[in-house]
Design a protein around this ligand. Structure first.
Ligand code: UTP
Length: 288
């Protein structure tokens, strides 16, 4: 069955970005002039995804507002000759069909995905974490859909990590089956270096069958009381094939202020309209 739907969990507390996340959702923090959330919605749309379901929470109403058209602002910009800006304002509302579901309490990533069950309506779907920003064309979702079509299984994006940092991530136990593709036999969340089955760490992109919802329901809360998606994937493995895919692209950790700063600088260097100014800025910051 064609993958038509993306679920984007955006209901977390964003504690690593406090105090700004007291009021501004982490997912709306920008890389240059666009919120992280828009980058991932664009990545989904580019891959042919038709429906995007964003999981939000009470107090994060600005996320839904962001995807609404703002005809007054567009008109004002167009009247003053700022047509390119008007087009940018309009773009966010036109990327894809975006709908919203509310996660009443931040009970974990797995729980956030479960909240979208009804909206997903029994189809395979992709999960995209908006604070894992990955620069590459074609985007990672498009790359993963090819693996899904070839294998027929679920797909988890992975990135080889230096061994000394593996303990911070979910890690897969997998054997290579194709270029960049590994069949998964097991998954562990934050293993010690000694216990880590590989250095392939899980990144925020998943293609999942709808059966994952039953697995999420029978996943007990972890140590911090949250329902972890990785734990549900372990249950899914009992009855479904899962593949790890080493994506092409550079990942930025938009979940931390420094990760977002790095993304902003590198995107600034990559974009033609900002490259020269960012280079000049970096030069002024270099010690003599
Ligand atoms: P994180 O693990 O980065 O958690 O979530 P967080 O709450 O956003 O940030 P910290 O750790 O407190 O700094 C990854 C993604 O999953 C969503 C988040 O919004 C983020 O996009 N999420 C997380 C939910 O939607 N619900 C949850 O209960 C937890």
């Amino acid at each position: 069955m064609k993958v038509r739907t993306a679920v984007i969990p955006a209901a977390g507390l964003g504690t690593r970005f406090l105090p700004v996340t007291k009021l501004v959702p982490k997912e709306l923090l920008p890389i240059l002039d666009k919120p992280m959330l828009q980058y991932v919605v664009e990545e989904a749309a580019e891959a042919g995804i038709e429906r995007v379901i964003v999981v939000t929470s009470r107090g994060k109403e600005s996320i839904a507002a962001y995807f609404q058209a703002m005809p007054d602002l567009e008109e004002r910009l167009a009247d003053s000759g700022a047509t390119a800006l008007a087009a940018k304002v309009r773009a966010a509302a036109e990327i894809a069909q975006v709908s919203f579901v509310i996660q009443e309490q931040p009970l974990g990533l797995g729980h956030a995905v479960l909240t979208a069950e009804e909206a997903v309506a029994g189809e395979p779907f992709v999960v995209i974490l908006p604070d894992d920003i990955i620069a590459h064309s074609p985007g990672v979702v498009a790359q993963m859909l090819v693996v899904h079509e070839n294998t027929g299984g679920g797909v988890v994006a992975v990135e080889p990590m230096p061994w000394e940092r593996v303990h911070n991530y979910g890690v897969v136990d997998a054997t290579p089956v194709d270029d960049r593709v590994h069949q998964i036999h097991g998954l562990v969340e934050k293993p010690s270096r000694r216990e880590a089955p590989s250095n392939l760490t899980i990144v925020g992109r998943y293609i999942l069958p709808p059966e994952i919802f039953d697995d999420l329901r029978r996943t007990p809360p972890g140590t911090n009381g949250e329902i972890q998606l990785t734990d549900a994937l372990v249950l899914l493995l009992e009855h479904h094939e899962l593949y790890a895919y080493e994506f092409l692209g550079t990942r930025y950790d938009g979940g931390t202020p420094l990760g977002l700063l790095r993304a902003s600088l590198e995107f600034g260097l990559a974009r033609e309209d900002t490259r020269q100014e960012v280079l000049a800025l970096l030069k002024t910051l270099q010690p003599e």
